[in-house]
Design a binder for this molecule. Structure first.
Ligand SMILES: O=C(O)CCC(=O)C(=O)O
Ligand SMILES: [Fe+2]
Length: 358
């Protein structure tokens, strides 16, 4: 299937060539598919999907007794989050992160102490960690920076997290009721440095990315085109933009995209691309995905790189913790406002919502 998202084989080519391909992908589409990463085996990913399905099959009361803490580790129930400006996210999530020698996250079955599921999840975390370190090195090389420039700012195991995501099946009636106010995952840019995004080999489509139409292969028909420059990035205001379907990666493969921290750090060379997950048109099937969100350490100061080992010190510095904190606050305020709006609509039976932009 033709897609605007390129595939990069991490077992082929020299690091210099891989860095060049990554730079091309991130400077335009902002997403790429990785195959043959070496660290992440298809079997290990399959096991993670089985274990996460067990986790979400726990009774509601059990899941809700592990609520997300203030940085999002733990359980988030459906409609309790809004990644995008207009609609709430109809998905449940469980985030595993922030382990340290001083702090251990409480986990529901099947991830209880000493369980084989917990051992598998830790090993999956480690494989994602190793893969991300390699990608961070390539990201730096491609910008003519010392290879460890980004990697050394990540100690993994602090803010970096596995996020297990379940998009439930809705009855036709419920879909109709929530069509205007909710979406599987609202349009957003990720917040951190990079995200690894996994799906099952026969996973359900639904992930879409928003691009100038000139970035798509010739002849590829977008899902919907807009002339709205609402989300246009500088220099692309006059282009037409469209939503394109992201491919379901092959077994052992996964998607990679960058977030706002990396966009800022790379001086805008790497694009944090807007994406969303939509409800299926007709059939209503559950969708499962796993994201590994990579975040620099809180105290890391992000300033744009200029190549040759230099950073642009004229740009006001922001720490990774400040950036993450402000995005989290924005999202919580937006969710509260959207929930209020939905309540009001239910009270008055108004069919159309107003947009709320934080
Ligand atoms: O579930 C997906 O495919 C995408 C989820 C996503 O973009 C996110 O949680 O940031
Ligand atoms: Fe995302």
């Amino acid at each position: 299937m033709s897609s605007p998202i390129p595939t990069i084989d991490l077992s082929a080519d020299s690091p210099t060539r891989q860095a060049e391909l990554i730079r091309q992908a991130l400077n335009t589409v902002g997403f790429f598919v990785v195959v043959n990463s070496g660290s992440l085996k298809a079997g290990e990913v399959d096991e993670m999907f089985k274990d996460m399905k067990d986790l979400f099959s726990n009774p509601k009361e059990i899941k809700e007794s592990f609520p997300a803490d203030k940085i999002g580790s733990g359980y988030i129930k459906p409609l309790a989050q809004s990644l995008g400006p207009y609609r709430r996210d109809y998905r449940e999530a469980f985030q595993y992160g922030r382990q340290s020698s001083k702090w251990k996250q409480p986990l529901p079955p099947p991830f209880i102490d000493d369980s084989s599921a917990l051992i598998r999840m830790k090993s999956f975390y480690k494989a994602c960690h190793e893969t991300s370190e390699r990608l961070l090195e390539l990201f730096a090389l491609a910008l003519d920076m010392p290879f460890e420039h980004f990697r050394k700012c990540h100690s993994f195991g602090l803010n970096t997290a596995i996020s297990m995501l379940h998009y439930p099946t809705l009855s036709e009636e419920e879909r109709e009721r929530v069509r205007e106010t909710d979406i599987r995952a609202g349009e957003h840019k990720d917040w951190g440095t990079l995200t690894l995004l996994f799906q099952e080999p026969n996973g359900k489509p639904g992930l879409q990315i928003y691009l100038p139409t000139s970035y798509a292969p010739p002849g590829l028909v977008p899902i919907s085109t807009t002339n709205s420059s609402e989300y246009a990035t500088p220099g692309t205001e006059n282009e037409s933009w469209a939503w394109y379907a992201a491919p379901v990666p092959p077994p052992g493969g996964f998607l990679v995209n960058v977030g706002l921290a990396m966009e800022l750090w790379s001086g805008g060379t790497y694009k944090a691309t807007l994406h969303r997950v939509v409800f299926p048109e007709e059939e209503t099937e559950d969708r499962w995905s796993i994201a590994y969100f990579v975040q620099p350490d809180d105290e890391v100061v992000i300033q744009p790189v200029m190549g040759a080992g230099k950073v642009d010190e004229s740009v006001p510095p922001i720490t990774s913790g400040e950036l993450f904190g402000s995005k989290l606050r924005e999202s919580m305020e937006r969710t509260a406002a959207l929930a209020k709006q939905r309540q009001e609509m239910d009270r008055q039976s108004i069919p159309t919502p107003r947009a709320i932009v934080a």
